[in-house]
Design a protein around this ligand. Structure first.
Ligand code: SF4
Length: 467
């Protein structure tokens, strides 16, 4: 877990900072970004990042202090950034690092709630710092309170497209506009409070690859610590709550948000490609990245990652590697041959690994585009009898024309092949479902009728929600 926003340099932590940092480590917090928001705070953040291996710093001038911004402040920010960015930990004998690690410019933005600085000055200082971020290609951490329209407009004009709207407090519409700018959205403790229905909606809405979590400590402690001083170890309570809202596990939200933080702030190592990966309590197998479709919505064209797992294979795994990666199949709800590519392009591997999974007490599902019989030049379904418990077939359209537009298959007659596959599958596999993605051009009602005629169930997926 990564706490992407806290203020460890504040005097609230003066008495027990070491204990706070120890508790964060013990509770599984992998990294902390501590944020300077005035000159003293920036000095503190930079110095903490130099002292603790898993603490990183952001420097910037908060809108509250915009009135004190000067050329000298600007050049100090520039110096901290050029001294601190790009430098990675060098452990010395005391397990400290010898260089600071400045990973973002922030927190900067607008605050029209308190108006501690004149609004004109806030906007001017925000723009100057955005220019600096653009110039040195560093992500920004943005604070916006009761100033949504101006914040978005200034961000849009600045051309900065790498950053995070921290402690997000807007609605879904504001979230959408923020995402359109390429920004991440960071959710803090208030999502756990009773009266925050709008924020809960946002926490469900943000796509996996743009979601971050934070404490904003010492402020805004999540339930069950509400009212107490907040600290980085409590980020897990916020993450647990968001996982519940999104119907995934704490491990999933940890992996997703940690990956996002690492990529945005350039911290940690790049993740190796996975051939077996867990989501909720199922294990997914990534056996190929090849496919006979080129679906317009396919995640492979947008990202190498699904739920924080890197799925871009360097080479296709062998049967032996897959079995090793699975370990004990009975530990999982099901083992799923999954679609970051079409698994039945490696039908022999699917068959053999599925037989092994069944022998060792596991359940098997295949997610497929339904082209298996064309790919393999025969009806392969009888060969799956007894080996596969469930199959999800991407129907994706109500007719051939729509299918061609959305799925862009590599051979003629693909839609008819999918229908034929679905029709036959129910004779050999106990649980057969067709799937479609809710998107323009797809007629859900007609797809339902089609499935009724085929005698199979239909699952409707939301666009952009994978895994
Ligand atoms: S069938 Fe699945 S893996 Fe293939 S292009 Fe479509 S979405 Fe991607």
């Amino acid at each position: 877990m990564i706490d992407t926003h806290c203020h460890l340099e504040m005097e609230d932590f003066g008495a027990d900072l070491d204990a706070v940092i120890r508790r964060a480590k013990e509770s599984g917090v992998e990294a902390i970004v501590t944020i300077g928001s005035d000159i003293g705070g920036c000095e503190g953040a930079v110095s903490l990042s130099a002292k603790h291996d898993f603490v990183y710093a952001a420097v910037g001038i908060h809108p509250h202090d915009a009135k004190d911004f000067s050329d000298d402040v600007y050049s100090r920010l520039r110096t901290w950034i050029s001294d601190g960015r790009g430098l990675r930990p060098h452990r010395d004998a005391d397990d400290c690092i010898s260089a600071p690690k400045v990973v973002a410019l922030g927190e900067i933005g607008l605050d029209y709630h308190y108006d501690h600085s004149p609004r004109e000055k806030q906007r001017e200082v925000f723009e100057k710092q955005l220019l600096l971020a653009k110039d040195i290609d560093l992500p920004v951490i943005v604070h916006s309170r009761e100033a949504e329209a101006d914040t978005l407009e200034i961000l849009r004009q600045s051309g900065v497209r790498k950053g995070v709207m921290h402690c997000f407090s807007g609605d879904v519409e504001m979230a959408e506009k923020t995402l359109e700018l390429g920004f991440h959205i960071s959710i803090a403790g208030p999502v756990t409070f009773k009266n925050t229905a709008v924020l809960k909606k946002v926490a469900r809405h943000v796509p996996d690859e743009r979601l971050l979590v934070e404490t904003d400590a010492p402020y805004l402690a999540p339930e069950p610590f509400r009212g107490k001083r907040n600290e980085p170890s409590y980020v897990i309570e916020t993450a647990r709550f968001i996982a519940g809202l999104r119907g995934i596990s704490l491990d999933d939200i940890d992996r997703i948000t940690s990956l996002n933080a690492k990529r945005l702030f350039g911290i940690g190592e790049a993740d190796e490609a996975r051939i077996a990966y867990k989501i909720r309590d199922s294990l997914y197998l990534n056996i190929t990245n090849r496919c006979t479709n080129k679906c317009t919505f396919c995640i492979r064209y947008q990202s190498d990652f699904v739920k924080g797992h890197n799925l871009r294979l360097g080479s296709e795994p062998t049967e032996k590697e897959l079995k090793q990666a699975i370990g004990d199949p009975s530990k999982y709800k099901e083992i799923v041959f999954c679609g970051y590519g079409e698994p039945t392009l490696r039908f022999d591997v699917v068959k053999s690994v599925a037989a092994w999974v069944k022998k060792h007490g596991g359940k098997v599902r295949i997610n497929t585009n339904g082209h298996a019989n064309v790919i393999n030049g025969r009806n392969v379904l009888p060969e799956l009898k007894g080996l596969v418990d469930a199959i999800s077939v991407s129907l994706d359209a109500q007719d051939e024309e729509t299918y061609k537009k959305i799925c862009r298959p590599s051979f003629e007659g693909a839609f008819a092949a999918v229908l034929d596959f679905l029709r036959k599958a129910k004779h050999f596999i106990p649980d057969v479902k067709a799937t479609i993605v809710e998107m323009e051009g797809v007629d859900v009602g007609k797809c339902e009728q089609l499935c009724e005629g085929l005698g199979v169930g239909l699952r409707v997926r939301k666009l952009d929600i994978v895994g």
